[in-house]
Design a protein around this ligand. Sequence first.
Ligand code: 13P
Length: 253
Amino acid sequence: MRKKIVAGNWKMNTLPAEGVELAENIRADRNQVCSCVNFIVCPPFTHLGGVIEALRGSDIEVGAQNCAAEDKGAYTGEVSAAMLAALGCRYVILGHSERRQYYGETSATLNKKMAQAFANGLQPIYCVGENLEEREAGRHFEVVKTQIEEVIYNLTPAQFARTVIAYEPVWAIGTGKTATAEQAQEIHAYIRTILREKFGAAADETPILYGGSCKPSNAPELFAKEDVDGGLIGGAALKAADFLAIGKGFPQK
Ligand code: 13P
């Protein structure tokens, strides 16, 4: 049985006190959702201490949205994986399309960040996904394959076992356009196939999350699909009620 995960990527939203309040609100109503669902929140760096404190003793995990590629030293403005781990983060989002697109993150950078995450006990949520032009040209499989091969194929089996994958089609992020459940399933199954080619049956345990305009109304249809193990949520993660409602979208078994 694969883990069911609903992860919130808050991006650059909320002020620190608002972030703590959001975390408190999620915590307050968390028991309305099956304990079989794993909730993760990924606030901005500045909020991490307060949010971790607010969630202490609950089963809601905390992740960062990025980490440095180096371990420490003269890298002004960077935040190391060791710092995040020391604070109490368990996860780190790596390779989000916004980081690839606006901050020039390449597979070379991401290999270093993945190594930093693992060296410090953090579990990466590694994002892949094609843009609109690539989708329209029918290149989405190829794009995602390259993003997986250039980074995930470099992991050891032990590292791979601690990795979460998120498929986020760039054209669906923040646009209100969701991939159909069929489109999501098709590419999630494909991702699992290429993971299986390298890591064998371990790929059957890897959570593969869908991200891109996922909300309470479309989560049930997406999560009903065999290879969709949850969601990486942007906008809808900023309202406690919506975030939790997405967690109710898993099929009842
Ligand atoms: P939206 O849910 O706002 O489309 O964002 C998705 C995303 O990028 C999560 O990482």
